[in-house]
Design a binder for this molecule. Structure first.
Ligand SMILES: [Zn+2]
Length: 342
């Protein structure tokens, strides 16, 4: 993409109310069987339309075909028993009932590749596809087989690599791995987190991204943020290692957060997807607010490496709010492009 400051979203967008209950995470589907399959494709096209209409440059499927960014991928793997559920503490923050690893994990068939081909057929814009990262996957499961977080992470990395290679072949331009767990388990990030991520991107020629955030605007996350103090320095733990990694882009949370902007210095040389949209608030940013966040970021990242983005996914927001935020993102980026003489 030659355009300067290409805009994109971190991931999910709201689903239409006829497909799943709105403003809810892990919202159950309202359709079944063939109707559900067709409904998901229709929703993907709507989501694509919303992004294009708002002027978003790098588009996605808005995660319309998945119930949850981690579990939907895991559901397609063998070695996981969804009937056998255990309650675990996710990212040291909230309890959830999760499936159990009961045997060797493997991917019997592609998970999102058909969806990606479908999206590719409907737009000439660059497309980005999100997958869960290995560490975030193991943190959303109960493991009674490997009994080692690291061992399981390497297995998932291998599986993710198989999926990523097929997504690349389907025409995906950027493959993104969501690793919110990188903001929590710092020792593991350094011991094997970044290494397993590099295993997941092995041999890829398309661009690769990692998204590290403070989560959706749900209560467990906003409560957690209250405990983090006035300066959020979590990125300081993972950025130096990521700066030396083979990952091309790093997606991070900036707007309305307490992340000191100068932490971006730590990933000098990487493309930075700067979160200029707050996903934990229903207030739509003004273009000028977006522009301000981008101007701030430009003190620490070169203009040719700045990619305006959202802080995280917008699935739990009302659709009109999410659409308003997409438009604000585009308009804010355009203000800064003009200032840069582009
Ligand atoms: Zn996120």
């Amino acid at each position: 993409m030659n355009k300067i400051l290409p805009t994109s979203t971190a991931g999910s967008l709201p689903k239409p109310s006829w497909l799943a209950e709105p403003e809810k995470l892990w919202s159950p589907w309202k359709l079944e069987g063939e109707e559900l399959a067709g409904g998901k494709r229709d929703a993907l096209l709507l989501s694509l339309h919303d992004q294009l209409h708002a002027g978003i440059d790098i588009v996605s499927d808005g995660e319309q075909t998945r119930q949850h960014f981690v579990t939907t991928f895991i559901e397609h793997l063998s070695g996981v028993d969804f009937e056998k559920r255990e309650t675990v503490r996710i990212r040291n923050r909230y309890d959830a009932s999760v499936p159990t690893i009961v045997g060797e994990v493997s991917r019997q068939k592609p998970v999102f590749v058909e969806d990606a081909k479908f999206l590719r057929q409907h737009t000439k814009q660059p497309i980005k596809w999100a997958l869960p990262g290995p560490m975030t996957m193991i943190d959303t499961l109960y493991d009674s087989h490997y009994k080692s977080r690291e061992k399981l992470a390497w297995e998932f990395a291998k599986i993710l690599n198989e999926e990523a290679r097929e997504l690349e072949a389907a025409g995906v331009d950027i493959i993104q791995f969501d690793e919110p767990a990188f903001n929590v388990f710092f020792d593991e990030v350094n011991d094997w987190g970044v290494a397993t991520l590099e295993r997941a991107i092995e041999g890829l020629k398309c661009e690769t991204a990692v998204h590290i955030c403070y989560g959706y605007g749900i209560k467990a996350n906003t409560d957690w943020k209250q405990t983090l103090g006035s300066e959020w320095r979590q990125y300081e733990e993972s950025f130096p290692k990521l700066q030396r990694s083979k990952i091309d882009l790093i997606s991070l949370e900036c707007h309305n957060s307490h992340v000191p902007m100068d932490l971006i210095e730590l990933i000098r040389g990487k493309k930075v997807m700067v979160g200029a949209i707050d996903v934990a608030s229903k207030t739509v940013e003004t273009p000028e607010e977006v522009a301000n966040t981008l101007r701030n970021a430009l003190r620490f990242v070169d203009a040719d490496k700045l990619c305006p983005c959202t802080n995280c996914g917008m699935a739990p927001l009302p659709r009109d709010v999410a659409t308003g935020k997409l438009k604000a993102l585009s308009a804010g980026a355009e203000i800064v492009r003009r200032e840069l003489g582009a």
